[in-house]
Design a protein around this ligand. Structure first.
Ligand code: IMP
Length: 178
């Protein structure tokens, strides 16, 4: 298990790249099976989901489109409680099946805000695909349909997830050492 230092904090490997990629295989297989013929629009939530979205889209083999939104609700290591949408949504989603692609669902606040916005724009079916899910921190009404890996309540970095903007480039996922 590798230990690394990012800014003032120590982290150690908790999910190796091989495990991440087999979880992405599983999510893609489920999407390929369930959304075949539905012409889904994937919406990648920047910044964190860029790596998961890239790996996922390489494995999705049904006709589909992908778009991007940018939101921020985190400041350092804790959520600010307010979701700011920084880059808006331009696609016409009326009547479409939309899959929101997230790096992690923690409290569920960010994804809940996005699901509501996409539904208000007239999407027929809005689903959530998240690489990581913290079921113990998430509000009970938020239930992602496609989950890579369930994780306990801990602060993690790597594979798109950051600590103050650093560590998004790491291939493995690391957990904060208390
Ligand atoms: P939520 O709104 O509380 O579900 O948080 C969602 C967003 O917070 C994610 O898209 C991440 O950007 C960020 N986030 C949540 N947990 C972590 C973590 O453990 N490490 C880094 N970022 C996180």
């Amino acid at each position: 298990m590798a230990r690394i230092k990012v800014l003032d904090k120590e982290f150690e490997t908790s999910i190796p790249e091989s495990e991440i990629l087999s979880a992405v295989d599983g999510v893609a297989a489920k999407i390929n099976q369930e959304l075949d013929g539905k012409n889904p629009l994937f919406v990648c939530v920047l910044n964190g989901a860029f790596m998961f979205a890239a790996d996922l889209m390489k494995r999705v083999n049904i006709p589909c489109q992908i778009s991007f939104v940018k939101v921020a609700s985190y400041n350092g290591m804790s959520t600010t409680g307010a979701v700011k949408q920084l880059i808006g949504f331009n696609e016409d989603v009326k009547g479409r099946t939309v899959v929101i692609v997230e790096d992690i669902v923690d409290t569920g606040l960010t994804i809940d805000g996005l699901v509501k916005q996409v539904k208000e724009l007239g999407a027929a079916d809005v689903r959530i695909a998240t690489m990581l899910f913290k079921p113990q921190s998430c509000r009970p009404d938020v239930k992602p349909q496609y989950v890579g890996i369930n994780i306990p309540e801990a602060f993690i970095i790597g594979y798109g997830l950051d600590y103050d903007g650093y560590a998004r480039n790491l291939r493995d996922i690391y957990t904060l050492v208390k």
